[in-house]
Design a protein around this ligand. Structure first.
Ligand SMILES: Nc1ncnc2c1ncn2[C@@H]1O[C@H](COP(=O)(O)OP(=O)(O)OP(=O)(O)O)[C@@H](O)[C@H]1O
Ligand SMILES: O=C(O)C1=C[C@@H](O)[C@@H](O)[C@H](O)C1
Ligand SMILES: [Mg+2]
Length: 174
């Protein structure tokens, strides 16, 4: 199998952490849409949002998804990638889509210990635990509908990688 693998999920679910390890396990390249945007614009997410609003950021994010998509590549996507239906359609058509799911409490705990405010400006203006509950309430059905496979991301990164490899091999066998 050489199709791209897209990792989706909320901020802090481990798309970047797990994506790097998964790409190494498969001998694939690794890329990250947030990182690509940062390099191509020389601006952080917070700077893009300040200059162009979330709408401007989302349009750039769609371009970024298309620019990084390639065979034999694991792609960590921005947490809001699934907000645009065209992005969901594109990912499902181009490759395998994996949702790394985690509870709002676990996400908030991870984000609190490593906030990275420049890449994760507030989405709601609310405290982080409330924000993650709001975000999952709004987006869980979108992650679910976009994904070919859902994996529990509240395990060690090694275990998450194993589960992804298992779902992909089961999908190939069926
Ligand atoms: N399975 C895991 N177990 C424990 N900690 C984890 C796990 N996965 C990621 N983390 C930690 O959680 C934080 C966020 O992880 P990471 O940056 O990979 O998330 P992300 O999904 O890429 O977030 P974003 O959407 O903001 O880019 C990091 O500090 C990372 O070390
Ligand atoms: O969940 C979101 O909407 C976001 C997640 C991050 O990956 C970045 O793409 C950005 O901070 C927006
Ligand atoms: Mg990331």
């Amino acid at each position: 199998m050489s199709l791209p693998i897209f990792l989706i999920g909320a901020r802090g679910c481990g798309k970047t952490t797990v994506g790097v390890a998964l790409s190494q396990a498969l001998g694939y390249a690794f890329t990250d849409t947030d990182h690509h945007l940062q390099l191509s614009t020389q601006r952080s997410v917070a700077e893009i949002v300040a200059a162009e609003g979330w709408e401007g950021f989302r349009a750039r994010e769609t371009e970024s998804l298309r620019a990084v998509t390639a065979p034999r590549t694991v792609i960590a996507t921005g947490g809001g990638m699934i907000l645009a239906e065209e992005n969901c359609r594109f990912m499902r058509e181009q490759g395998q889509v994996i949702w790394l799911s985690a509870s709002p409490e676990v996400l908030a705990e991870r984000l609190q210990s490593e906030p990275e405010a420049a890449q994760r400006p507030t989405l709601t203006g609310r405290p982080i635990a409330d924000e993650m509950s709001d975000v999952l309430r709004e987006r869980a059905h979108l992650y679910q509908a976009a994904a070919h496979h859902q994996v529990n991301a509240m395990q060690s990164p090694e275990r998450v990688v194993e589960e992804i490899l298992l779902s992909l091999s089961l999908a190939r066998a069926s």
